[in-house]
Design a binder for this molecule. Sequence first.
Ligand code: SAH
Ligand code: SF4
Length: 449
Amino acid sequence: MNENDSERMMAILKHLNYKTTKNLHEADMVILNTCSIRNRAEQKVYSALGRLKKLKTDKPELIIGVGGCVAQQEGERLLKRVPHLDIVFGTHNIHCLPDLMKKVKVERNRVAVTEFVDSIEEESFAYAYAEDYSGSQSQRVKAFVAAMRGCDNFCSYCIVPYVRGREMSRKSADILQEVNRLAESNIKEVTLVGQNVNSYGNKEEDISFTGLLKAVCRVNGIERVRFMTSHPKDMSEELIELFGEEDKLCRHIHLPVQSGSNIILEKMKRGYTREDYLNKACKLKRLYPEIGITSDIIVGFPGETEAQFLETMSLIQEVEFDNIFSFKYSPRPETEAAAFDDHIPEPIKEERLDILQKMQRDITLRKNQKMVGQIVDILIEGKSKTAKGASHTANNQLMGRTSCNKAVNISGDDAYVGKIVPVRIEKASVNSLLGFIVKNREERIHVCC
Ligand code: SAH
Ligand code: SF4
């Protein structure tokens, strides 16, 4: 979601004749798009702002702005705390950037705006700027498209509803127009994003989420469709069945479980049980053996006992996730759980995280190794990370992804970028796979996990 927001900021700034630069010293303006999901992410913002102080002293006309969740959370306070900061704009105020910059450049004011947009018309207007993407995206193969934003769930640990506001879905016509424009500029894969994307349209009189996915799959030129993040309680039967109906819909789902203990899930206010989750995950695996399932886990939620932590470990073993993002619980302002009185000591959280990540690495490696020898379709996205950082000898290394979202490195020239090619997997590690392009698509085997 943040990446998508950054793209919108860049599209708006392009209208104002700004270009991006990798050289900080060359910049006329620096914008930090921030995250406050955990305390560590928030602290990074203050360190980054600290580093920018000298730059501003040397170049007083430099404009420094902070957007995103920390801006939303702190507002005016951030301006007071950081005297060299010019602009603070909240999560719903990206479209205000031109006005805010005018206030800074012409009127020489320092400004903060953190107002929530709460009508679908305003929402539609807020996205309109970002439609002029064609130029900036021509080098790319895939793009994010916001389907909805905000969240109404108020999980007891989570700051998102406070900094992103209430759930609001974009009009399907606007989303489809954006996807069509992306297709025209040669984008091959779109990911519909939202804090809780599979509750798209629950509050609006528009098409359902599965209806939206079907419509996106119909767009000519788009070859792959993904979505994230899905909430387990909103994972409908219709959505599960759609994976079997739409060839363009990638066989991957990010389905955060957070904990394997019913007591903790209830304290987290997640709205499902361990059994509900396992039923859905098992159904997905039974119907689509090739599907990749990934998840998010929080360890050390207040009151989490050793036995409850072990329930999370056993759920991970039972589902055999392809990968997980795992975090130590971090108390966040305004949230219910921050006021609980049974917080877990840091060293215990660290130990649990360590044990859990080690187990998941073994599972990921085992699942990746099962793919060795198989032939799978890869959408080539561009140069691999190693090639980008390496000397000219290794620069024909490309990177692509399987439908189930595993990264695969292959050798090949740039002509393959943006193409879906059959690749035989040769080697597997925890983080990626290595393969080579094969000529005969008929050999392709449909099992990748
Ligand atoms: N909407 C998604 C999650 C969005 S936040 C869902 O409900 O599943 C991304 C992830 O950050 C969460 O899945 C959770 O694992 C983690 N997270 C959120 N708040 C956290 C906190 N206070 N401490 C640690 N991790 C947190
Ligand atoms: Fe946060 Fe996700 Fe819960 Fe919403 S559903 S409150 S975004 S964890």
